[in-house]
Design a protein around this ligand. Structure first.
Ligand code: PMP
Length: 394
């Protein structure tokens, strides 16, 4: 995969260096065109009207739905289009019939979206056990062996940390969960866009991810489920097989969770994004990012005055790299990179306040995150700019 060749699909890269794909990725022309084709040429609601425009829109929606499901090795019938990862996790957290005394295990590494829904269950008598990561964000499966018991109903973990980049050993954790009859929810917001994923290999029961981090539009996310056991959060138009004044029968597939008009153009756009990723090949994308991440890690660790947080081996991590410049606030570093060098990075707590407390980084970190369009020259420019910033501190 040659990042230089595909860059013409991403016009934003003409003008600046985008190293904030962990927050939201860029979108290629092909995806923007698929969305605008729906809006300008065949816009209609789906699964409702019998006219030809609706038939075309419905078919394109269903094709995109199937493609998104097979991208993660899932069945279309149990793959639900949501608004984002946060909503996908929320559907599971609100839909399980919790009982007092149930236990949930999660980690201190989590994004607020995979932490707050579980902490809130404490109000309903559910116990929440927190597994602590090492300082670099890695977690030994033995920590889960100690935390998961026969009372554990669900384990909710991120696949890849959005702060430290560390990948968790999901397959091993899945085996531990299933030995105890617990289900496993994986927050794949940072992994699905970057590495090949098959839900059968992961062994999880729920996988949640966001369209806007994988070349798709905002307002789209995915919840894949092994079994459709959670009670839907919202029901109404589109979610039933039958309804009368005495009762209703929910649809037997994903439609029970997609009450109301879904993001039609957005889902068609996400389907196009998946097509784009598949045509490049997820293996090749992850190899490219491993190479870029090695260059970034080597460069950053070579600068006196920059501290890198997270694992050092690109094979154990994704291209989300956090660092700090002692003596300068992370927001100031990010502002200078933008204003002086046209480099976009994120700074702050990354919606992971408990992790920041644990790492004793109250101001947070600067985070550079890569994707398939990131080039080695861009990394070198970031490194040169950081050398100048470090000189300002001295
Ligand atoms: N989990 C992780 C690991 C994330 O990085 C993010 C986005 N920063 C989310 C959940 C939430 O994603 P969204 O805002 O799309 O719901």
């Amino acid at each position: 995969m040659n990042a230089d060749v595909i860059r013409s699909d991403f016009p934003i890269t003409d003008d600046l260096i985008y190293l904030d794909s962990a927050a939201t990725s860029l979108m290629p022309r092909q995806v923007a065109e698929a969305i605008s084709a729906y809006d300008l040429r065949y816009r209609a609601n789906i699964g409702r009207s019998v006219h030809r425009l609706s038939v075309v829109a419905t078919q394109r929606y269903l094709d995109a739905h199937d493609r998104i499901a097979s991208f993660i090795g899932g069945e279309s019938g149990t793959t639900v289009i949501t608004k984002n990862t946060t909503e996908a996790i929320g559907i599971v957290a609100s839909g399980i019939p919790w009982e007092k005394g149930d236990r949930v295990v999660t980690t201190a590494l989590e994004h607020h979206s995979n932490l707050l829904p579980w902490l809130r269950l404490r109000n309903r008598g559910v116990n929440v056990d927190i597994v602590m990561p090492e300082a670099d964000g890695t977690i030994d499966p033995a920590a889960f062996e100690a935390a998961v018991t026969d009372e554990t109903r669900l384990v909710a973990i991120t696949h890849a940390s959005n702060v430290l980049g560390a990948l968790l050993p999901v397959r091993k954790i899945a085996d531990i969960c299933h030995e105890h009859g617990a289900e496993l929810l994986v927050d794949g917001a940072q992994s699905v866009p970057h590495i090949p994923i098959d839900v059968k290999d992961l062994g999880c029961d729920y996988l949640c991810f966001s369209g806007h981090k994988m070349l798709g539009p905002s307002g789209t996310g995915v919840l894949w489920m092994q079994e459709m056991t959670p009670e839907p959060l919202i029901i109404g138009g589109g979610s039933v097989e039958a309804a009368s004044l005495t009762g209703y029968t929910l649809a037997g597939d994903y439609r029970r969770y997609e009450g109301g008009t879904p993001p039609i153009g957005g889902t068609i756009g996400l389907g196009e994004a998946v097509k784009y990723l598949t045509s490049l090949g997820m293996e090749d994308i992850s190899r490219h990012e491993e190479w870029i991440t090695r260059r970034l890690l080597d460069g950053l660790t070579g600068i006196d005055g920059v501290i890198v947080h997270g694992p050092d081996t690109p094979g154990d991590r994704i291209g989300v790299v956090s660092f700090t410049v002692p003596g300068m606030h992370p927001h100031d570093v990010a502002h200078i990179l933008d204003e002086a060098s046209d480099i976009m990075v994120r700074s702050g707590d990354h919606c992971c306040k408990p992790l920041m407390e644990l790492l004793e980084l109250p101001q947070g970190t600067v985070r550079a995150s890569t994707y398939l369009y990131t080039t080695g020259e861009e990394i070198d420019l970031l490194l040169r700019s950081l050398e100048e910033i470090v000189r300002m501190v001295e």
